[in-house]
Design a protein around this ligand. Structure first.
Ligand code: SAH
Ligand code: DHB
Ligand code: MG
Length: 222
C-alpha cells in the first residue's frame, strides 16, 4: 500500500485537532495488534466519519458486514440512541473473540450483536429470523462478495437507509478492467450493480490518509 508522508501527517493533524484522545479506542487498537489482527481497521478520521453519518441519519438499527476487532463497530455504536442496536457479522472466530472483548471494554456489549460465521449464511439466517430493516449498513468484509452484500443490503433496507462501502478505490486499481485481483473484480461488480439499481442513489469518494489511497461508496435507498 502506498503511504504518502504528507497524507499521514495531515491525518495526524486532523486527529490532534478534531478527534479527542480516547483511551478505549486506543486500547482496542493495541488489543488488535497484540492479537495479531491485520491492521485494516478504518482510520480514526474515517471512524469519526462513520459516526457522524450514523448521527446525521439518526440511525437506530445498524448492520455491519466485516467486524475485525470491532474498531469501526465501536465508532458507529457510540452514535446509537439508548434503544439502538448494531448487528455485526464476522467470519473469523479469532477476530470475533477479540472484537467481543473489545466491545465489552467499550461498554457496548449490550447494544451490539456480534454474529460469527460466513456473512452470506448469517444474512440468510437474519432474514429467516424476520430481522427488521436497518437504517445504516456498512459493507467492509471480503471484497469478492461485495455484489452479494449489496443485494442483501437492499433486502434489509427501507427508503432512507444509508449504505456505505469501504475500499472501493484500492489505489485506483478499480479502473483496471483486466485486473487479476478478485477483490478488484468484486468492487467493479459492485459498481456495475449500483449503476443499474434504480433503488439506490450513490456516489464514491476517493480518500487519502493514514490508510493510503482508497475510498468509500455512499448511497441512500430511495
Ligand atoms: N470493519 C472493520 C474492518 C473489517 S476487515 C474495521 O474497520 O474496524 C474485514 C473483515 O471481514 C475481517 O475481519 C474478515 O475476517 C472478515 N470477513 C472476511 N470474509 C468474510 C465473510 N465471508 N463473512 C464475514 N466476515 C468476513
Ligand atoms: C483490506 C481490507 C479492508 O477492509 C481495508 O479497509 C483495507 C485493506 C485488505 O483486505 O487488504
Ligand atoms: Mg475496509
Amino acid at each position: 500500500m502506498q503511504l504518502n508522508e504528507t497524507w499521514k501527517k495531515v491525518d495526524r493533524y486532523i486527529e490532534q485537532q478534531l478527534i479527542p484522545h480516547d483511551p478505549d479506542l486506543e486500547q482496542v487498537l493495541a488489543a488488535n495488534q497484540q492479537a495479531a489482527l491485520p491492521p485494516i481497521d478504518v482510520s480514526p478520521t474515517q471512524g469519526k466519519l462513520l459516526q457522524l453519518l450514523v448521527q446525521m441519519r439518526g440511525a437506530k438499527r445498524i448492520l455491519e458486514i466485516g467486524t475485525l476487532g470491532g474498531y469501526s463497530t465501536i465508532w458507529m455504536a457510540r452514535a446509537l440512541p439508548a434503544d439502538g442496536r448494531l448487528v455485526t457479522l464476522e467470519l473469523d472466530p479469532h477476530h470475533a473473540e477479540v472484537a467481543q472483548s473489545n466491545l465489552l471494554l467499550a461498554g457496548l456489549a449490550s447494544k451490539v450483536e456480534l454474529r460469527v460465521g460466513d456473512a452470506l449464511a448469517q444474512l440468510a439466517e437474519l432474514q429467516a429470523e424476520g430481522a427488521e430493516p436497518f437504517d445504516f449498513i456498512f459493507i467492509d468484509a471480503d471484497k469478492p462478495n461485495n455484489p452479494h452484500y449489496l443485494k442483501w443490503a437492499l433486502a434489509f433496507s427501507r427508503p432512507g437507509t444509508v449504505i456505505l462501502g469501504d475500499n472501493v478505490i484500492r489505489e485506483g486499481e478499480i479502473v483496471r478492467d483486466d485486473s487479476p485481483d478478485a477483490r478488484v473484480q468484486g468492487v467493479r461488480a459492485f459498481y456495475e450493480l449500483l449503476a443499474q439499481e434504480p433503488r439506490i442513489s450513490a456516489t464514491a469518494i476517493q480518500t487519502v490518509g493514514s490508510k493510503g489511497y482508497d475510498g468509500f461508496m455512499l448511497g441512500v435507498v430511495i
